[in-house]
Structures are given as C-alpha cells and as structure tokens.
Design a protein. Structure first.
Length: 458
C-alpha cells in the first residue's frame, strides 16, 4: 500500500477494497491474497456480518432447543415418561450469545493473518474507483460490494413498532405472544421455536402461499405441521396498520374481504431482507442500480463499472444464503486475479428452512419444471407410514423427487422431515456432477438410515 500527501484526506492505494466483512467479503480475500494483492476491508459492524453474529448461526442455537422440545414431545411414543418441559428463555439467549461471542475476534485474527487491513466505518463511493471512509480516501483497481442485506422495510403505518430478528436474538424475556408480518424463512423458523416454547404465534402473509419460492406441496406439509403445533397462519392478508393497544400492539388487517384485529406482545417484520446498498452512493461510483438492486453481469461485475464486483446478499439474483455468499466471494476473488472468466451456478445449491422438522429443497419446483417445458416423472411420497418414520415417531415425513424423463437427471428434490436437510445434499451432489436417478437408486446405502429410503423415494 502507498500513501500520498500529508493531510488527513491523502489517497491510499490498494489493489482491492472490499465493502463488507461478512462471508462474501471474507471469501474474496482468499484468492486475492494468495495472488499477493493488497487488500482493505471496510466493515461498520462486526466482522462476519449477519449470518454468524445476528442470523443463521445464533438462530440455530434456538432451533436446536426447538429440536429438543420436539423430541420430548414425542418421548411417550418410545414409552419414556417425562414431565412437561419448561424452557428458560433468558438462559437460552445467554447460551446463544456465549457460543457466538468470539466469532468477530477470531475473524479479525484470520484477516490479520492474511494481511488484510480492516477499516472500521461506513464506506461510500467518491468516484468510480474511489471510496471514502471517515477521513480516509481509498483508491483501488477493484472494488467489491459485499455489504450484505437488511430487513425489508414495510410501508405500513405504525411499522416502527415492529422488531426484527436482531431483537429476537437479544431479548432475554420470552414474549407471551408474537405476530409475524410476512410468511418467509425468518417467520417460520422463529415461529417454530417460539410455539414449542409456549408463545402464541400468528403469521400473516400477503401472498397466497407461505415461502412463495418453495414447492407448493412442500409448503403445504410444513404449514400443516406448523398449525399442528399451534401456529395460526393467514395467507392472502393485507396489513393496514400497527398500533399500540392495551400495553401491547395491535395489527389491523384485511383477510377474505373482512377486517380483523389481532394483538400481541411483539410484532415482527418477517418480510425477508433486501440488499444493503442504499447508503453507498452508488451513483458516485458509476454503479447502475434500480430499486436497491445493482445491475451485474454473469461474472458478478457491475454492468456499468467493470472495476466493481458484487457478491453475497447484495447480488440481486441469488438466494441470500451464507454458503452462497462465500461461494460468490471466491468467484469474485478468482475473477479479480485471473480476469472475468468464472460465473456462479446456482442450479444445484441446496437450501433448508430450519423449522422442526425442516423443509429442504434443491433445484426446480414442480411448477417451474412445467413452466420450462420439461417432461418429468414426479416421485411424491408421504412417508409417515414407512418403518423408518414410525421408528422415530416422525410427525411429518414427505419427499418429492422430480426427474427429467429424457435424461434421467434430477431436476429437483424437496423434503419435509425425514432428515431432509441432510438428504437434500445427496441430490444436490447428483445434480452438480450428473449422477442420474437410476444411479442414485442403485447405490447401496448404510441401513437403517433415512438415506437408505432414497431408493424407495425413487
């Protein structure tokens, strides 16, 4: 790094400046540092970003508690007598905080080991290849936008009364009742933990289906299980306003042509997340964007400024998932080093909604295969009566495997329960490396395992 001038606004030059210290930004550092490039990383909050500090990692601590409560609920099937469990919510939050406490410090050590200069502050573009952060002015041959995402703002009167997942992961008092506005991943995952812990849960979704990007049959099964554990679900809802009422909060909404009101201790914004790019002054960087979505090419470069790359949740076309952010960061790093030659392939990337039990999926939904004109064989199985499901007293066990009739390739796989969050990776692997449905079926699996049921699913 070279520094010019003597004043506080002197220009510092780097090969790469990364905006954001989450999984995506950290993923960039590997290839570029191995190539000997100088790197600065600008982060306004904790290193690691949302997932390890305020998202998937701490949330899984709560999900694990939900699993334990589910197992206790089913103990009687195994002739184990247990009393009604009581979750100490404040102690659970303390455990969650204890488990993630050292993540930013450990990542800081990792960046120091890679000789990445971490700069604390808010970054803004000051030119096509220039970034300002505090009283520092940085120029770079390559700038990477890896600023992650933030809760989607909702244009609802009284929206300021809502909390987000950040507060749910820090509040040590368990609410007696919660209403989620939006039926996405956050609402389903937190809703299952809350409901199993004894909180009254309501989910209000504007669209006709929860989790609208997921297979409709899979969603129907997880909705049935959600309602079985006491979650109240309403779809096709229009929320009119949120207001204080009786020392609680009230939601006024329209459903099926009628106006309704519901009260709760907490109202949660469960409408998903959007790219966190609106404070970067993208126009100053000659970075085209619309409605908070940066325009990128197939190599994750800005279409208007080839010096700028985008990865992670800030990418407008990819799922907002931690492993995908790391994957995109690595691709961006390699493109910076070798030139724009690598493009992401999302077709075989698995995802899970960590309800209890989980909903997992990879590839296309059944509806999407029809829209794309594939001739398919759909293997749909309600597995509750299967020996493995009965052995473990599963409350829902369902799969759908979609196979291209012309090639025998897997086009999509969808699970609810039955260890689907693990089995889905087998199908993702098959899709990635061209393993056919017949080959998956012919494999000899360890028995008795849930994966040994794969041949029956096909």
């Amino acid at each position: 790094m070279l520094t010019e001038g003597i004043c506080s606004m002197s220009t510092e030059r780097f090969d790469v400046v990364i905006l954001g210290g989450g999984n995506a930004g950290i993923g960039v550092t590997g290839p570029v540092r191995r190539a000997g490039m100088s790197v600065a990383m600008i982060e306004s909050h904790d290193l690691g970003g949302t997932c390890p500090n305020r998202g998937c990692t701490p949330k899984k601590v709560l999900v694990a508690a939900g699993h334990a409560l589910h197992e206790i609920e089913r103990a009687g099937v195994h002739h184990i007598a247990v009393s009604k469990p009581k979750l100490d919510w404040s102690a659970l939050i303390d455990r969650e905080k204890d488990l993630i406490r050292d993540i930013p410090k450990n990542l800081a050590h990792s960046m120091a080991h890679r000789s990445v200069e971490v700069i604390r502050g808010h970054a803004v573009f000051t030119g096509p290849n220039a970034i300002g952060v505090g009283d520092r002015h940085l120029e770079a041959s390559h700038i990477v936008i890896a600023t992650g995402s933030k809760p989607r703002p909702l244009p609802i009167p009284g929206a300021e009364h809502m909390i987000t997942s950040d507060e749910m992961l820090t509040e040590r008092d368990q609410p007696g009742s919660v209403i989620f506005v939006g039926g996405g991943v956050i609402s389903l995952e937190f809703g299952h933990v809350y409901a199993r812990a004894g909180t009254e849960v309501t989910i209000l979704e504007a669209l006709p289906q929860l989790l609208p990007a997921m297979d409709a049959d899979a969603v129907a099964h997880i909705q049935n299980e959600s309602e079985r554990i006491g979650i109240r679900i309403r779809t096709g809802v229009k929320v009119k306003c949120i207001e204080p009422a009786n020392n609680r909060l009230r939601v006024i909404y329209n459903h099926e042509g009628k106006e309704h009101a519901a009260e709760a201790d907490r109202i949660v914004n469960g409408a998903g997340r959007v790219a966190n790019v609106d404070a970067l002054d993208l126009a100053a960087g000659n970075v085209d964007y619309s409605n908070g979505r940066v325009a990128v090419d197939s190599h994750l470069r800005s279409t208007s400024n080839p010096q700028v790359y985008v990865c992670g949740d800030a990418v407008p076309v990819s799922p907002q998932l931690s492993p995908i952010a790391t994957y995109e960061g690595d691709i961006v790093g390699r493109n910076i080093v070798e030139g724009p030659k690598y493009s992401p392939d999302y077709a075989s990337m698995a995802t899970s909604v960590y309800t209890v039990p989980a909903l997992a999926a990879v590839g296309l939904t059944e509806a999407a295969t029809k829209q794309k004109g594939f001739a398919v064989k759909v293997h749909s199985n309600d597995m509750l009566g299967w020996f493995s499901a009965r052995t473990y007293a599963e409350t829902v066990a369902w799969s759908k495997i979609i196979v291209d009739q012309a090639t025998d390739r897997i086009l999509g796989a969808h699970f609810v329960g039955h260890a689907g969050q693990e089995l889905v990776n087998i199908f993702g692997l098959a899709m990635r490396f061209g393993i056919t449905a017949s080959q998956i079926k012919d494999y000899v699996y360890a028995y008795p395992t849930f994966s040994s049921d794969i041949k029956h699913m096909l």
